[in-house]
Design a protein around this ligand. Structure first.
Ligand SMILES: NC(=O)c1ccc[n+]([C@@H]2O[C@H](COP(=O)([O-])OP(=O)(O)OC[C@H]3O[C@@H](n4cnc5c(N)ncnc54)[C@H](OP(=O)(O)O)[C@@H]3O)[C@@H](O)[C@H]2O)c1
Length: 218
């Protein structure tokens, strides 16, 4: 798979990019500053000296890959994809963004335009196939290749091809089980639940993720 990550220099983009590259994907870490992306990739290669098909580039180049993950902060998501709309036409675009705000020792979910960040991206990019996934994955665990993962990843989209491609991407990472959670309307609840999960993690000083029971046959 050929994956580009917009805003890939942050913890989530680095971790996901590293895991995907370790799984055999060709990954482009995107940034507003190509040099910064290059530095991040060098630091990842130094930390994990093995054969990885990972490179750094401007967001414009990352947006030219087959599947594009949007991994900027939530309030930068729409402006970022707006500037790349022509490149993202017809592509699977995966949103990992959670619109959250910290209130004391809790995270609270905000309600973005269209009800979710994924919905806001789909509205901005009507010609793209938007999926939402990965909201509950702790970046710190992704970025540590020595750490075994064990989590369920809820995937939703209005486009069956985007659901299938995103589930395949997630399934390629050892220890992650993608689950088809339905249409993009589900992204509102999926994103908002992250506030609960992060609050639990703050209280218990943990990096927990999501695991559903009763799906042993999947
Ligand atoms: N961190 C987690 O554990 C986690 C888990 C699940 C989902 N998420 C979601 O994943 C996304 C990324 O999280 P993160 O913690 O990696 O975020 P982050 O470090 O705050 O930002 C990621 C990258 O976005 C770029 N960026 C920052 N401000 C921008 C702006 N105004 N316009 C355009 N690009 C900007 C920066 O890259 P350049 O300066 O190189 O352009 C930055 O390195 C968020 O939407 C978050 O909700 C995070």
């Amino acid at each position: 798979m050929d994956v580009g990550i917009l805003g890939g220099t942050g913890p989530l983009g680095r971790g996901l990019g590293l895991r995907l590259a370790a799984a055999g994907a060709s990954v482009t870490i995107g940034s507003r500053d190509a040099a910064r992306a290059g530095e991040v990739v060098t630091s990842l290669r130094d930390a994990w000296p093995r054969q990885l098909a990972i490179s750094g580039a401007a967001n414009e180049d990352a947006a030219a890959r087959d599947i594009v993950v949007v991994a900027t902060p939530w309030d930068a998501v729409v402006p970022t994809v707006r500037g790349l709309a022509a490149r993202l036409e017809g592509k699977v675009v995966v949103s990992v963004a959670n619109a959250l705000v910290k209130q004391g020792r809790e995270m609270h979910a905000l309600v973005p335009p269209r009800g979710s960040m994924a919905g806001a991206i789909q509205a901005e990019l009507p010609a793209a196939l938007v999926a939402a996934a990965g909201h509950h994955l702790p970046a710190s665990a992704l970025e540590d290749l020595d750490q075994a993962l064990g989590a369920d990843v809820l995937v939703c989209s209005d486009h069956p091809d985007a659901t299938a491609a995103t589930m395949a991407l997630i399934a390629s990472i050892a220890g992650l089980r993608p689950l088809d959670a339905g249409s993009l309307a589900q992204a509102a609840a999926i994103e908002a639940f992250t506030a609960v999960l992060v609050t639990v993690n703050i209280r218990y000083k943990a990096h927990s993720s999501l695991g559903l029971t009763g799906l042993g046959h999947v």
